[in-house]
Write a protein that binds this ligand. Sequence first.
Ligand SMILES: [Zn+2]
Length: 241
Amino acid sequence: MANQSLVPKNPSKSGKNWLVEVSQHDKSGNHIYTTAGGIVKTKVKVHGAKFSDEWPQSLYFPDGHIHAGLFKGMATILDECRFSRFVGKNSKLAQCPKFQCKGNLAAPFDCCCQHMLYNQPDFVDINSLLEAACKAHSFEVLFLPKFHCELNFIEQCWGYAKWIYQLNPASSQKDDLEKNAVAALEAVPLKTMFASHSCHFMDAYSCGLNSCQAAWAAKKYCGHRILPESILDDLEKSNIT
Ligand SMILES: [Zn+2]
């Protein structure tokens, strides 16, 4: 889904069609800017979904319909997907309070209309705007878990630059700070295998090691491409728990 804001439960009214805001691009694919420097935005229809049999499902009423071109609303969309029991008499909320079920794998399937809709296979599998933009330029987006800087290559580079930066004598002079920051960033060696360091952690976690064991293993086997098969025995011998 292009926009994670609340999708209306009911059909749009004429003149208030539900659309999503996207950035406008020129023919070269670059953003268009306003005179004030902001990115020019435009509103577009969300592209269609698919039924379980792969038949296309438009999210807007078709030509010839009394509400042609207007957004159908979640209730109608779910009804068309044979979820009428959830949107009819015993109607579910459009969205539960604070959308608490979002990202909660233990949340019941029918928590709220938004949850049901977002968990339809064609909604789950759709690329985000970021993924679509990167794919158009032949880049793949790799999503990493939150709060795990050890798995993020660029965080390793920042960490290195910060370490270099803190070696400088303390100063409150703007020029000094800027010069030191630039020098620290330029000091990051291109040959250092930051990716390998992160890969060691990924390898360790996939072996079932905890964060403490993974940190120990990443340091001990920093020259290895992957962790040795003896890793569990090595941890036990070194009493790393
Ligand atoms: Zn919910």
